[in-house]
Design a protein around this ligand. Structure first.
Ligand code: NAD
Ligand code: IPM
Ligand code: MN
Length: 356
């Protein structure tokens, strides 16, 4: 039996189709023992024959693959975004990938829009609940199109869902070191419990309970509006942040801004022990798609995160070191100050790995 890790590759739409091939060639450059299989699930495919993902797609991914690498979904020709919901949110929900782990690391001071910040000052992680909240698609409209129209969108928070993601954050804090090798020490839960008293009241109670099991870790809390201000004012203070699905979505775009923009941010959608899915934080960026200008580093760092998850830590380290060197030497796309195209930046990283 092959001991190679089996990876499903789903580039998706827009710049996903440009950055994922660069991540793939970088994985290949490391010589990692993997076997990659490409799937064309995308807006293009949906427009061609109506398929978003085959009915047995999620079961097949869970059975036949060790991990999934995804690009992005979103195409102006599919305004309902139905394919993104069915494929991307489908993987998150139906494969029960409950922890969306989004590391926020500054590789070089030049990438941060804040003054006086050094790389080690920004090294935190957002653990976003990934299977519940306002993303569950429960709700409806009543009297649509009339002046009496009512729109309802439910926010679902279950005891089980809240508890497992909070526990994941504490376990992550215990297990994962910072870039400089120092241990992580704090988990901060952010919510809006002062207004969303029922939903986030549950988060508050569960957070207190779970935190008691980890006396060596400092448990903290901040309302999400204050957190946004603090993230810009002094990002040094953050270590592990845990939050609900929608707040996690929003604050990780803000956090991406601290790292050099959406082109630099990586993420993993994880259920320990199950086939997990890895994707850059950014979307399909239709205005820049097809122009060879998208930054592939978010996708490449995502590939490193995936290899790490698969136990291929050495290969992951080589990728991270190569991206760091590219950033230092400004062998990058224009969004972070270089002059290279998507392919050329990917090529630089792949050849650095080949020759290192
Ligand atoms: P976006 O992330 O696609 O783009 C936001 C901004 O960041 C744009 O200015 C874009 O040019 C820039 N940007 C993003 N990635 C970049 C990269 N790699 N290099 C350089 N610049 C980059 O978000 P949006 O514009 O709000 O959404 C566009 C589409 O993508 C929508 O259909 C949205 O629903 C979808 N989307 C998908 C995902 C996903 O699949 N995970 C995530 C976010 C948005
Ligand atoms: C993300 C995206 C998705 C989300 C969209 C495309 C559904 O913004 O992965 O951050 O909101 O989770
Ligand atoms: Mn988002």
């Amino acid at each position: 039996m092959s001991t190679k890790k089996r990876i499903a590759i789903v580039p998706g739409d827009g710049i996903g189709r440009e950055v994922v091939p660069q991540a793939v060639r970088v994985i290949q450059a490391t010589g990692a023992p993997v076997e990659m299989t490409q799937f064309d699930w995308s807006a293009e495919r949906y427009l061609a024959d109506g398929l978003t993902i085959p009915p047995d797609g999620f079961a097949m991914l869970g059975r036949d693959f060790d991990a999934i690498l995804v690009g992005a979904f979103g195409d102006p020709r599919v305004p309902s975004n139905i394919h993104a919901k069915e494929i991307l949110l489908g993987m998150r929900f139906k494969m029960d990938l409950y922890a969306n782990v989004r590391p926020v690391r500054l590789l070089d001071a030049a990438l941060c829009p804040l003054k006086g910040i050094e790389p080690n000052d920004i090294d935190f992680v957002v653990v976003r609940e990934n299977t519940e909240g306002v993303y569950v698609d429960v709700g409806g409209v009543f009297k649509q199109g009339t002046l009496d129209e009512i729109a309802v969108q439910q926010d679902i928070n279950t005891r089980k869902g809240v508890e497992r993601v909070i526990r994941y954050a504490f376990e992550y804090c215990e297990r994962q070191k910072k870039q400089d090798g120092s241990p992580r020490k704090r988990v901060l839960m952010t919510d809006k419990a002062n207004v969303m008293t029922y939903a986030h009241g549950l988060w508050q109670r569960v957070f207190k309970e779970v935190s008691r099991e980890y006396p060596q870790i400092k448990a903290e809390h901040m309302y999400v509006d204050a957190l946004c201000m603090q993230m810009v004012r002094d990002p040094r203070q953050f270590d592990v942040i845990v939050t609900n699905n929608m707040f996690g979505d929003i604050i990780t775009d803000l956090a991406a801004g601290l790292q050099g923009g959406l082109g630099m941010a990586a993420s993993g959608n994880i259920h320990p022990g199950k086939t997990s899915m890895f994707e850059p934080v950014h979307g399909s960026a239709p205005p820049i798609a097809g122009k060879n200008v998208a930054n592939p580093f978010g996708a490449i760092l995502t590939a490193a995160m995936m290899l790490n998850h698969l136990g291929l830590a050495r290969e992951a380290e080589r990728i991270e070191a190569a991206v760091l060197e590219a950033v230092r030497q400004k062998k990058t796309t224009q969004d972070i100050g270089g002059a290279l195209g998507t392919r050329e930046a990917g090529n630089w990283v792949a050849s650095f790995i080949n020759h290192a």
